[in-house]
Design a binder for this molecule. Structure first.
Ligand code: ADE
Length: 249
């Protein structure tokens, strides 16, 4: 059967997963390495998109046109926006929106011009399955990350959230900017820089898309340092655990 794509922006978000693909073959395309192989016996193409909406969109297009993937799952980290979406929690998107898209007054703010749409729906079946494996995985954070990391990041009982994920070509690293996002988009759970772009490409192709993100920071004045520590130390372990548990179901 056709492979599924597992995509992250940065190496630090996918390194543990790439290390678990025993038979992967590297295929170069569009200046990227696509790792074609298996995970849990399932055909997979894993790739690093690099950061931002354009990088993510071109990666998605190559996955669809050249590798014929049957679904794209984006993983990695995000900044928490909604109250209670804390470092170490997992967000599984139900909808995705580009928070930096504004062609008003010609089109409503956030609407993708000529598509009449601002929110792209994520695939429900894949999202349900990812949320279920995330619930299971987060029940024992020590088994997932080790006691030291659990203590360092203060992960007491990490939670799974489902809802709106917003994307834009900005690393949100001030309380003023995250306050503005919360005000403008009160139901946004978290912010990152790729998901909604891939959701738009997958919508154009009619291929299922899902996004699962671990919260690395709160998109506030401490975001830069929190993000750097989280991606350096634990981000890829979440991606590996959740993707492999999902593929094993
Ligand atoms: N990814 C992780 N944290 C983020 C933030 N604060 N802003 C944008 N993308 C992020």
């Amino acid at each position: 059967s056709a492979p599924v794509a597992i995509v992250a922006a940065m190496h630090e978000e996918l390194s543990a997963l790439l290390a678990q693909m025993p038979d992967e073959q590297r295929v170069r395309a569009a200046g990227r390495d696509f790792w074609v192989g298996h995970l849990h016996g399932q055909p997979v193409v894993a790739v690093l998109s690099r950061i931002g909406k354009v990088a993510a969109a071109v990666t998605a297009t190559v996955l669809l046109e050249r590798f014929g993937v049957r679904a794209i799952v984006f993983t990695g980290v995000a900044g928490g926006l909604a109250p209670g979406v804390n470092v170490g929690d997992v967000v599984v998107a139900t909808q995705l929106l580009q928070h930096d898209l504004d062609a008003s007054p010609i089109f409503p703010k956030y609407e993708v011009p000529l598509m009449g749409l601002s929110r792209f729906a994520a695939d429900t079946a894949i999202g349900d399955a990812l949320a279920a494996v995330a619930e299971e995985t987060l029940r024992d954070p020590v088994a997932l990350l080790g006691q030291e990391a659990v203590d360092e990041f203060g992960l007491r009982s990490p939670k799974v959230h489902r809802g709106l994920l917003v994307s834009g070509d900005r690393f949100v690293s001030t309380a003023a900017e995250s306050d503005a996002l919360r005000r403008n988009l009160p139901d946004a759970l978290a912010v990152e820089m790729e998901g909604a772009a891939v959701a738009q490409v997958c919508h154009d192709y009619g291929v299922p898309f899902a996004a699962m993100r671990t919260i690395s920071d709160r998109a506030d004045d401490a975001a830069h340092g929190d993000f750097a520590r989280f991606v350096a130390e634990v981000a890829s372990r979440y991606s590996l655990a959740l993707a492999s548990a999902w593929l094993a179901t």
